[in-house]
Unconditional design. Structure first.
Length: 153
């Protein structure tokens, strides 16, 4: 389920079945790191798209939590607040999905909700191959998510 009116209406009426939220966590930068920032955003966006397709009806994808690159420790509390508000709304599991390894420093503070996936450069790949790679990534993520569901149940 995506963050749009149609899916949110379903989310509100079917909350007992939609127990998981994924918050894509992406950096933005305007310095020489702009390309890295764009690559991570593209990767996480495409991965989130494929993850949503795999778990439609069980997961809701929120808008991306966007922050200035290099500010992960400052933003960890705000990200945690997003997770808390989702849980207060009835969501049982909240995951923060990122390619920025700096978030690993805040992993404990984020209560085992962080899922870090190294970014794969996609800019020179054709669309079909990109989607094939993403399907492989989702298969790997599936194991991580199921483990976290079992651990947090």
């Amino acid at each position: 389920m995506n963050w749009n009116v149609k899916d949110i209406e379903v989310f509100e009426t079917e909350k007992e079945y939609i127990d998981t939220a994924v918050i894509p966590v992406v950096p933005i930068d305007f310095s020489p790191e702009i390309k890295t920032s764009a690559a991570q955003t593209e990767f996480i966006s495409l991965l989130t798209f494929h993850l949503e397709r795999q778990f439609k009806g069980r997961m809701i994808m929120t808008p991306a939590f966007t922050y200035l690159m290099g500010r992960t420790e400052e933003k960890a509390g705000e990200l945690q607040e997003w997770g808390s508000r989702l849980k207060d709304s009835g969501v049982k599991h909240v995951f923060f999905l990122t390619s920025d390894s700096n978030w690993k420093k805040s992993e404990q503070q984020l209560n085992d909700q962080l899922i870090w996936v190294p970014s794969i450069p996609l800019e020179h790949l054709d669309e079909q191959y990109k989607h094939s790679i993403m399907e492989d990534q989702v298969k790997q993520l599936l194991n991580i998510i199921v483990q976290k569901w079992q651990k947090n149940s």
